[in-house]
Design a protein around this ligand. Sequence first.
Ligand SMILES: [Zn+2]
Length: 259
Amino acid sequence: MAKSATIKKPAGKSIKKEFTFRFYAELNDFLPPRRKQKVFVQSFKTPITVRETIESLGIPLSEVDMILVNGTSVDFEHKLKECDYISVFPVFESMDVSATTKVRKTALRTSIFILDAHLGKLAKYLRMLGFDTLYRSDLDDNEIIAVARKEKRIILTRDKLLLKSKEVSHGYFVRSIEKHEQLREVVAKFDLKSQFKSFTRCMTCNTILVKADKEEIHNKVDKDIFRTFNEFFYCKNCDKVFWKGTHFMRMEAYIRELV
Ligand SMILES: [Zn+2]
């Protein structure tokens, strides 16, 4: 080592340089304990882009919304210089960084989703709140990524590897395991409260429900139900009728608690 350090490196050959990093909020979930919530120094072979450093530190790019180098917002392809100070921020759905971020041309604000096979219950809840949510337990990672890109959907997943794919630009790793906690987490993360359109979408298939003419559905529901309720909703895809019964009231109470 001592010997080689005295030899002048030929032009164009990579040299290791030190950079200082600070990752904010939930990006720390991807860092080892010694680096969580801390400023740390890491050497990399140069030349290197900010994208390459973030990736090699184990952070999925899809979770990053803003990068500051020495206080200035940069994009992923920004080339780092020795001693640069890199601050990396997650997707702040609850804070408007669209004016300052240079990572993406458009902010990650479209709240339509595609969920991986582990999140079936969460999918139903998001539909209950009116969010366009694709979920099929038979989709593999590549299919999820392809649909997300085509339809500009945010991927929600419990699989960190899926988010590390270069093809994923809009993705979020759901930390909670329990379904109610997952819903709370996603609602907070993407600041969804103002976008609730509860009970407008079929929880089973994601189709938008239509108001049903009472006379047209009389043969699709129980006589007592027909007599008791006046308002009915219909899913064309499932051929199912819904009404505001006890199940509805329970869910409504749950949503009130969520808000
Ligand atoms: Zn349906």
